[in-house]
Design a protein around this ligand. Structure first.
Ligand code: HEC
Length: 294
């Protein structure tokens, strides 16, 4: 016997587990009259559940380590989207659109109905006390269950149908699908992925006069949060390499002062960050000197 060395000690195990039967606080009932048919909830059943729980947890851990969550496309606040929840919440989403669950009745819809539903779930152990386990012999419980399943399927389906109608009506293609289609098209034409192509094209343009103090001003003024530290641009912000090809000093100074399109005016922010007017002027001049070498 593994426990202690008193060979005459009688060790009683609980059920089929390796837990010794103690004479402690909780003494499980003796189920030896029903071998294999039943077992004590504490500790036998719980221990098994915990074992299963541990295996599932380790499984999840292995999965998350071996396959990290994918990064989606960068968010584009300018894109118009029809907001949609994940598929398993679609039925709730659709339910909250019903006239008696929204608008003036939103409290009824959110608290009232879900309160009744979850309250009923809490009451199940007290209401459904019959010995009968076969579902067709428990008409009320089973009917409620089937009703909920049908309602969930129906609501999920109508949520999705509604979404597709909206897409069609507004002529939208969901962003991720659009980008996927574009990527597929490029692949079929044998082109490299767009992001790589952009990077490669932009990298060919060198930064002119890299050691100019204006490079520091660019950082200090906060330009690189959008235009990136390598000036290659990111998101909506275009690359500033070779910007002098198309813009002169006055135009650039104007863009810094007043902003343009999605770029806010940077003047005050730069001054607050300790950049002087003179440095801003030099920055504009330096940017205007960024020309692609011919
Ligand atoms: C909040 C993000 C953001 C910051 C910070 C920012 N920019 Fe921009 N910048 C943009 C965007 C977006 C555009 C494109 C604007 C448009 O034309 O719609 C742009 C355009 C420009 C352009 C014109 C580029 C071209 O090829 O047309 C210049 C020059 C420029 N920025 C310089 C700067 C400078 C200098 C700073 C720092 C003082 C700065 N930007 C800070 C977002 C930013």
């Amino acid at each position: 016997m593994a426990h202690g060395n008193k060979s005459d000690e009688k060790v009683v195990f609980v059920g089929d587990s390796r837990v010794r039967k103690g004479n402690g606080f909780i003494v499980p009932p003796d189920y030896t009259a029903y071998p294999g048919k039943s077992e004590a909830f504490i500790p036998n059943f719980l221990l098994k559940e915990w074992m299963v729980g541990v295996v599932v947890l380790v499984g999840f851990l292995v999965l998350t380590i071996s396959e990290p969550a994918p990064l989606g496309y960068p968010a584009d606040p300018g894109a118009s989207v029809i907001p949609m929840p994940d598929w398993y919440f679609l039925f709730l989403y659709e339910y909250l659109k019903l006239p008696y669950a929204s608008g003036d009745y939103v409290v009824l819809g959110t608290l009232g109905v879900s309160g009744v539903a979850f309250g009923a779930l809490l009451l199940v152990p007290f209401l459904d006390t019959g010995k009968e386990r076969r579902f067709y012999k428990r008409p009320i419980t089973s009917a409620l269950m089937f009703l909920s399943i049908i309602a969930v399927i129906f609501l999920t389906n109508s949520a999705w149908t509604h979404y597709e109608e909206q897409l069609e009506a507004t002529g939208q293609v969901p962003e991720h699908i659009e980008r996927e289609e574009k990527a597929l098209e490029r692949r079929e034409q044998g082109l490299p992925p767009e992001s790589n192509a952009k990077q490669a094209a932009s990298d060919e343009v060198a930064i002119v006069d890299k050691d100019n103090p204006a490079m520091e001003t660019l950082k200090k003024a906060g330009c690189i949060t959008c235009h990136a530290a390598d000036m290659n641009g990111q998101g909506n912000a275009p690359s500033l390499r070779g910007v002098g090809d198309s813009l002169d000093k006055e135009t650039i100074a104007g863009i810094i002062k007043d902003g343009r399109g999605q770029m806010p005016s940077m003047h005050d922010q730069a001054i607050n960050a300790g950049v002087t007017e003179e440095e801003l002027d030099q920055l504009a001049e330096w940017l205007a000197s960024q020309k692609t070498a011919e």
